[in-house]
Ligand binder design. Sequence first.
Ligand SMILES: [Zn+2]
Length: 339
Amino acid sequence: MRWEDVSGQERPVRLLRGALERGRVHHAYLLAGPEGVGKELLARTFAQAANCEVDDVCARPCGSCQSCRGIERGNFPDVSFLMPQTELLARGLVSRADLEGIPSKEIRVDDVRALARRLSFAALRGRRKIAIVTPADAMNERAQNTLLKTLEEPPAGTTFLLVSTNPDALLPTIRSRCARVQLGPLPEETLAARLRREGVAEGEARERAARAQGSFSRALAAQGEWREVLEQVEDALAAADEREALDLAEAYGDRDAALEVAEAVHAWTRDLLVSRSGGSPQLRELAGRAREVSERVPPHCLLGQAALCAEVIEALHQNGNGRLQLERLLLGTRELRHV
Ligand SMILES: [Zn+2]
């Protein structure tokens, strides 16, 4: 990532970049703004700019050195992410087997303590240790109070980046310790340009940008979310054991989320059948994967999968348990495919 990639947020970029250039970096920033406008992207780009191996003036990350790439992938030792377990699962950063008990939707006091311990050591590879807390409002009150102690006596060479769509949910004492960086909704033109880069046709890009209320994730939702979820579903179906399928069912276990996944899998199954008969699928960005899967899975399995989707969707409409119904869908489909 480069600063230019954080498009449509010139002021926040100038502020953070300027702080690095002048060597006057606060120990904590609160990156606030609506959903899908680039808060986390900005946080990661800042982390790269602070640690890029090529540009050690700290202002312009190259995006391709080992540090930049490590930060992009989320495995650079001096850049820590603090997020709820449900988020870790949803992003595939941990598997269900790594967690004890029910995955937490909150960032808990133990999570903050573990982070503070990691930050108490000197930087291993980079110049500046960065801790990205996302979403910061997922910290419960005890967690916030614990973080507050660290913010009051910050470890040397460390910057905290708190990302939040709802900064008012943070304790005033936390907010007052952070320099606020406010991100606004993205201009329609920026959204349309980014959709075009994702391969969306001109007319559709403009239309979606107009409906997205300044949010890139909303503009992308129709394709991006489905693409990611469906890729995860196919990976779980092809995996050697059931663990990934169970993780997915857990991560999307809320009934509304489960319903969306089941409906996406249903649409995807239709695409697989269409692709099998030589037609072109609706989810164009997954056409390659659709071809690959439909060549491998026989039509009677796909029909069975479609029927199972319909049953699960029906059950969810009737108040069925999200996690259990998704397990039924994923494990049932695995069985259909593996006989
Ligand atoms: Zn670099």
